[in-house]
Write a protein that binds this ligand. Sequence first.
Ligand SMILES: CC(C)(COP(=O)(O)OP(=O)(O)OC[C@H]1O[C@@H](n2cnc3c(N)ncnc32)[C@H](O)[C@@H]1OP(=O)(O)O)[C@@H](O)C(=O)NCCC(=O)NCCS
Length: 196
Amino acid sequence: MSNLTSDARAGALRELATLKGLRVTLVPLGPEHFEPLWTGLQDEESARLTGTTAQFDRETVVTHLRRIGTAADRADWAILHAGTGEYIGEVVLNELDDDNAAMNFRIALLADHLGQGFGTEATGLVLDHAFSALGLHRVSLEVYAFNPRAQRSYEKAGFIVEGRLRDALRWDGEWVDAIVMSVLSTDPRPGAARVA
Ligand SMILES: CC(C)(COP(=O)(O)OP(=O)(O)OC[C@H]1O[C@@H](n2cnc3c(N)ncnc32)[C@H](O)[C@@H]1OP(=O)(O)O)[C@@H](O)C(=O)NCCC(=O)NCCS
């Protein structure tokens, strides 16, 4: 579906679908998710793993959450626990390159929910959607070398290592490489556990 028109892709981004898996449900991220999202933004380890140095204030985050609801160049989902409905993280496709049917991927779970398979399932659901409904050809990301859990999760979801950006991040005075990974629509991928 990489021949999807720009208008059709913009429409699918603006009217973002809910994606249902076995263990997680992805719903469009919005102001109603502010409190748990804000909690995640205060987590120092999450900031390190994502290389986030920006300081956010509440008003800026609320404004952002209102804006993304109708954005035609990005897709932001709240990751909800399928059993309890609890917010457990966010997952995002951004940096749309419409001409080349490509987007960037990022994900962050709240600290209590790491290492239990939720992230890999959410990633698979987003990739399924990216290559079907959004008609993308390429989804890429950067992950820091000090984050083997994320690298392993991405590999399980089908991402392939493309290369290494040397000393891409300086964290606490130490240089850290970023690993570039991608999935193409034509790559073989494990099937995501999507529920109709
Ligand atoms: C990255 C993230 C989304 C992955 O989701 P997750 O639910 O924690 O990952 P999963 O449980 O599905 O899979 C983790 C895998 O990494 C493995 N793993 C964990 N720690 C590891 C380590 N130190 N070295 C190598 N593998 C490791 C686990 O064993 C598991 O692989 P397995 O199923 O083959 O055993 C999540 O950990 C997260 O949000 N982390 C904090 C923010 C972050 O790092 N974001 C990504 C920035 S690029």
